[in-house]
Design a binder for this molecule. Structure first.
Ligand code: ADP
Length: 173
C-alpha cells in the first residue's frame, strides 16, 4: 500500500485527538511553555508537569515519552524543535524531531500518532520548509515501519492545513 495513505492532515486542537500518542513541540526544559506546549499541559493536568520534571530536559532534535494523563491520548512524546533564525538552520535537527519521536512510538507499540507543526510557532520556521521536512521524514519512516498505522499532521490554521494538504497530494502523486 502507498505509505502516504497512512499520512493524514487535520485541522484543530491536538489535545482533543484520540490517538495513541500526541507529540508536543516542547522547549529544552520540558517544564511547559506557550503555544501547543501550554495547551497540552493544561489539558493533561499537573501530573504531566510532575513527570516531565523527572526527565532532566531534552536537547534539540531529541524526544522523550510520558503518559498522557487526562488527555484522550495515552502518551505524549515531547520533542524540541530548532529555532529558525532568518535562514535555514541545520534541517537535520527538525527531521530528527520527527524521526526520534517515531522511534519512541515504534518502541512503545504506538500505532497512531499526531504531530503539530513543530517549530512553526514562536520558533519561527517557515511552514513550507517545515512541511517538506515533516512529510518527507514521516513518509520515509512509515515506509520502513509497518507497525505505525497512522500519522496525523494536526494543523492549527487554514493556511498551514492548505500547505500540508497540497504537499501531501503532490507527494502521493
Ligand atoms: P514552537 O515553539 O515549536 O514553534 P509553538 O507551540 O509556538 O511551538 O507552535 C507550533 C505550532 O503549533 C504552531 O503552528 C501553532 O499554531 C500550533 N499550535 C498551537 N496550539 C495548538 C494546538 N492546541 N493544537 C495544534 N497545534 C497548535
Amino acid at each position: 500500500m502507498d505509505p502516504t495513505r497512512r499520512l493524514e492532515t487535520r485541522q484543530g486542537d491536538i489535545t482533543q485527538l484520540s490517538v495513541d500518542a500526541i507529540v508536543n513541540a516542547a522547549n529544552q526544559t520540558l517544564k511547559g511553555g506557550g503555544g501547543v506546549d501550554g495547551a497540552i499541559h493544561r489539558a493533561a493536568g499537573p501530573e504531566l508537569l510532575a513527570e516531565c520534571r523527572t526527565l532532566g530536559g531534552c536537547p534539540t532534535g531529541e524526544a522523550r515519552l510520558t503518559r498522557g494523563y487526562r488527555l484522550p491520548a495515552r502518551y505524549v512524546i515531547h520533542t524540541v524543535g530548532p529555532v529558525y533564525r532568518g535562514r535555514p538552520e541545520d534541517p537535520r535537527l527538525l527531521a530528527n524531531c520527527y524521526t526520534n519521536s517515531l522511534i519512541l512510538a515504534r518502541d512503545h507499540g504506538i500505532c497512531s500518532i499526531a504531530f503539530p507543526a513543530i517549530s512553526c510557532g514562536v520558533y519561527g520556521y517557515p511552514i513550507d520548509e517545515a512541511c517538506k521536512i515533516a512529510v518527507d521524514t514521516c513518509a520515509a519512516f512509515i515506509t520502513a515501519n509497518e507497525a505505525i498505522e497512522k500519522i496525523v499532521f494536526m494543523l492549527f490554521s487554514d493556511k498551514d492545513l492548505a500547505v500540508y494538504s497540497q504537499y501531501l497530494k503532490n507527494h502521493a502523486g
